[in-house]
Ligand binder design. Structure first.
Ligand code: WTA
Length: 646
């Protein structure tokens, strides 16, 4: 997406009324700057600790950080019980809305009972502190309950997005060594039940660590049943006691693993721990969205299978005693106004979503949101990819009624929480720019050698100080952790993998990934992963995959394949087959938008595929410099093969 639409000069000052009552004021940056560790220590006191820490940060062995060393707390207690003890048991934690229109209202008191029952069930199933539990579920309240039950007993949850394939689930179960899978018969998507259990059966059959599969009944679909291994949630959880005494765990006790795409085919298990993570998600949720627990109705539209769901549907909002919306389905079911209907119905005040969704709404037209009363909204958020100024302005006007600040939050699975974003009521907003490092965060733009760049320059984004919610390692692979993030500019500088520009005012504009990771609708997919999947198909000899810019999804996946000699059929049917093969192999989000069958791929003399040239083709551009190709006629061959319209 280009950020140069002539809108860069426009500023949107904070609405006065909001600024007057905002949770944080402009002095927050200076405060954090003057003593970063003291600042984070203050934020850690938002939580209830059973034992105080002796040291805020141990960075004696970079890049392996320890935050709040010696401190002890229970994450689930902090998210649930303490609010009930403080007299807020009747406050709604979640207004849950199922896709078919069924609803559930869950108070903090009820959530406490549910989490205690589930925790007791996990203990009965022999799950111990430190064990890994896979969660593969639709957006139903039991998904949150399952996560919190794990946290409560010190088990490490590993949520796999329900749209991922059996293969993806199997490899994550194997890598993490999960002993239990929590799933459901299925969930509702686009107006129909969509099964989950068959993928679990398939995946678990190929792994050897899983002892039990705990199944929530949601859609009433028929499921296969393995006696002795499979258990219904309602049989095992419902009969448990609603009493469970939480145990305090070390601040660095592992909380969860979340797999994310890297530049190689095997996903990385990002490990997050307890005290620092909860501190930063709680503080950022409160400060970035100006969250007022007694008044606001907060909605993050992400799926719980992504880090955004973990940090801003579950841990941040609950730690802050927020009332949140949780919605099971898609925005167009049963009609394209579904989201706006939900905002109107629950009087949502803060909405956090992704640019791809905004662009879809733009496509559908502004008359749809115009039919609903969206006047309850006061703050809007964006995450997942750069929000182009056109989408920003549309969001501001047609959803925010021109009055709501838009908080564009840059962060990653690895960072755990917001890292670069304006603060509502404080920052004068610039459409398209994430603007300012979060208080207590040091973000810089550097050149290829790691030299810090001044204003009005473009380079690579790095984080130069450790932060509380940072990943601690890649599960089971410390070396890969060091190599991937902490070696390009030395062991104390985190390389984010994003390009960035600093404008004349020193505001930061994110420019997308600089590695071979694509961003499709805000989801990270590695080019290598899709290439490996294509090459695994019997008809494919070689494949090259690029992310080409796409007006709705940000990037779309475009693949170039060379067929094996025997595979003569290069027609539409084969292309469809290959697209479906990738969807089945990795998941529907990885399905290539377009596959082009070619005779040759452009390679450098050292044998590297020149994706830049393929991207030129995929985006219908004049070809860039071809002089480093082994054979520059290759590009003509590829172009000749293209359908005239593409
Ligand atoms: C991109 C999602 C620009 C970026 C929380 C990053 C963004 C990757 C933004 C992380 C944003 C996320 N502006 N780019 N506001 N938010 N990104 O791990 O390339 O799924 O490195 O975390 O998404 O994606 P992940």
């Amino acid at each position: 997406m280009s950020e140069s639409t002539g809108q860069e000069g426009r500023r949107f000052p904070a609405p006065e009324q909001l600024a007057a009552h905002a949770n944080v004021g402009p002095d927050v940056y200076a405060q954090a700057e003057s003593d970063r560790l003291a600042f984070w220590e203050t934020q850690a006191r938002r939580l209830t600790w059973s034992q105080e820490w002796d040291q805020v940060l141990d960075w004696s062995n970079p890049p392996f950080a320890k935050w709040f060393v010696g401190g002890k707390l229970n994450v689930a207690y902090n998210c649930v019980d303490r609010h009930v003890e403080d007299g807020h048991g009747e406050q709604v934690a979640y207004h849950w809305e199922g896709e078919p229109g069924d609803t559930r209202t869950i108070t903090y008191a009820q959530l406490q009972d549910d989490v205690c029952r589930a925790a007791n069930a996990l203990l009965e199933l022999g799950v111990q502190a430190g064990d890994r539990v896979a969660i593969y579920m639709p957006m139903i309240p039991e998904a949150v309950v399952a996560m919190l039950a794990c946290a409560r007993i010190g088990a490490v949850h590993m949520v796999v997005f329900g749209g991922f394939s059996a293969d993806a689930l199997a490899s994550r179960i194997t890598d993490s060594g999960a002993v239990l899978v929590i799933t459901s018969d299925g969930g509702y998507r686009r107006g129909a039940p969509s099964a989950l259990k068959p993928a679990v059966d398939d995946a678990v059959g190929r792994t050897d660590s899983v002892r039990n599969v705990l199944v929530v009944r949601r859609t009433q679909q028929d499921v296969e049943w393995t006696e002795g291994r499979d258990l219904w949630w309602h049989d095992v959880v419902d009969r448990q006691s609603a009493e469970h005494t939480p145990e305090a765990f070390d601040a660095e006790h592992p909380l969860y693993i979340m797999y994310t795409s890297g530049t190689t085919a095997s996903p990385k298990g990002i490990l997050h721990t307890s005290g620092g993570y909860l501190t930063q998600v709680a503080y950022s949720h409160w400060a970035s969205f100006d969250l007022k627990p007694d008044d606001d109705v907060f909605w993050t539209s992400a799926d719980i299978g992504w880090v955004t769901g973990h940090s801003y549907i579950v841990y941040g909002p609950l730690a802050n005693r927020a009332t949140s919306i949780m919605y099971e389905g898609t925005p167009e079911t049963p009609h394209r106004g579904r989201w706006f209907e939900i905002i109107e119905k629950y009087k949502v005040t803060i909405m956090y979503t992704a640019p791809t969704v905004i662009r879809t709404f733009m496509k559908w037209g502004e008359d749809i949101p115009a039919k609903f009363d969206l006047s309850s909204l006061r703050v809007l958020g964006s995450v997942g990819e750069p929000i182009n100024p056109e989408a920003w302005l549309w969001y501001h006007e047609h959803i925010g009624g021109g009055r709501c600040p838009i908080v564009d939050t840059w962060w990653q699975t690895e960072t755990g929480a917001h890292m670069i974003n304006p603060l509502p009521g404080v920052t004068d907003l610039k459409p398209g720019s994430a603007q300012t490092p979060f208080p207590g965060i040091s973000a810089k733009v550097v050149d290829d050698e790691g030299n810090e760049l001044g204003d009005d320059s473009t380079g690579l984004l790095v984080l130069t100080e450790p932060w509380p919610s940072m990943l601690r390692t890649i599960w089971g692979d410390d070396d890969r952790y060091v190599d991937t993030y902490w070696s390009r500019f030395g062991k104390e500088v985190y390389f984010a993998g994003d390009g960035a520009k600093k404008d004349d005012d020193g505001d930061i504009w994110l420019l997308g990934r600089v590695d071979d990771v694509m961003n499709v609708s805000g989801h990270r997919i590695s080019t290598t992963e899709v290439e490996s999947s294509l090459v695994a198909h019997p008809t494919v000899a070689e494949a090259a995959v690029v992310g080409a810019s796409d007006p709705t999804t940000g990037q779309g996946i475009v693949a170039f394949v060379i067929l094996r000699g025997a595979a003569e059929d290069s027609g539409d049917e084969l292309v469809q087959q290959l697209r479906n093969h990738v969807a089945k192999d990795i998941g529907p989000i990885a399905k290539p938008r377009q596959i082009m069958v070619v005779q040759e791929l452009p390679k450098t003399r050292s044998g590297k595929i020149m994706r830049r040239l393929l991207r030129d083709i995929a985006e219908n551009r004049e070809l860039g410099d071809v002089t480093t190709l082994t054979d520059s006629s290759v590009m003509n061959l590829i172009k000749d093969k293209l359908p005239a319209s593409s």
